[in-house]
Design a protein around this ligand. Structure first.
Ligand code: AMP
Length: 233
């Protein structure tokens, strides 16, 4: 099945989605831009998803203070944005989950696809609260049943995601959730599976985003929301 520039095939027929950059973003000088704060909206509401564009939402909690920046992880030259600092701060975690609930409660989403593994942590409480299905998007070899597979190429290597076929029946309006958007390759590969299986991508949510890696281009047309962004000059 042809979807945009990438081909998605099911199970043993794997297609390639070539990504322009490595999955993990390269380390660049980190500097907060104060002007960003003034551009953020004042509060979160339940405006229908379609009315939002790709934007950072409100800044009611200083997530930056609890997101650890780990140089040279998982390899030299990478600055790793570690959200485990959010999880050990109950106020920070509650802020993230409560904000997601406000954003999506009345959005009409019918399912949530959480990306392995840190995406699960944020997807699960939202699915619980909204009482809608939680669909796991897993790395290679973790799912026991029949599955949809999308293999995509990174600058140095390859990655693969899988979703149980049964979890995508019936087709639904699905929100995709991850902890961080870098190049957008993982989210794009997920969207391709969902759409190939007949579902609709109602939106994309991530706690952290790195817009300087141009995920906007790869994910053009999707409603993307995130709580904290980092820029490189
Ligand atoms: P991408 O497909 O390039 O958008 O990469 C997104 C996935 O890789 C997410 O699941 C992130 O958890 C992880 N990731 C990529 N770059 C980083 C980074 N600099 N810090 C933390 N996680 C990252």
């Amino acid at each position: 099945m042809q979807l945009g520039s990438a081909e998605v095939q099911i199970d043993e027929h794997h297609a390639q989605t070539r990504l322009p950059r490595e999955c993990i973003c390269p380390r660049r000088p980190f500097r907060r831009r104060p002007e960003l704060h003034s551009t953020r909206t004042g509060s979160i509401d339940s405006t229908p998803i379609s009315l939002y564009a790709t934007r950072v939402m409100s800044k009611e909690y200083d997530l930056d203070a609890v997101i650890r920046k780990v140089p040279d992880f998982p390899k030299p030259g990478i600055l790793f944005y570690d959200i485990t600092g959010v999880l050990v701060n109950p106020e920070a975690f509650r802020y993230c989950v409560d904000t997601m609930i406000k954003m999506y409660r009345d959005s009409g989403i019918e399912g949530i696809a959480g990306i392995d593994a840190r995406g699960f942590v944020f997807a699960a409480p939202l699915a619980y609260e909204l009482q809608i299905p939680l669909i796991l998007v897993r790395k290679k070899g973790k799912l026991p049943g029949e599955k949809h597979v999308n293999r995509f190429t990174l600058e140095y290597g390859e990655d693969q995601i899988e979703i149980h076929r049964a979890d995508l029946h019936p087709p639904r309006r699905v929100l995709i959730v991850d902890d961080l958007i870098a190049t957008g390759g993982t989210l794009k590969a997920t969207a391709e599976i969902l759409e190939a299986a007949g579902s609709t991508v109602a939106g994309i949510f991530s706690v952290v985003a790195l817009p300087f890696l141009d995920f906007d281009k790869k994910l053009a047309g999707y409603d993307i929301r995130y709580l904290q962004e980092y820029h490189s000059e």
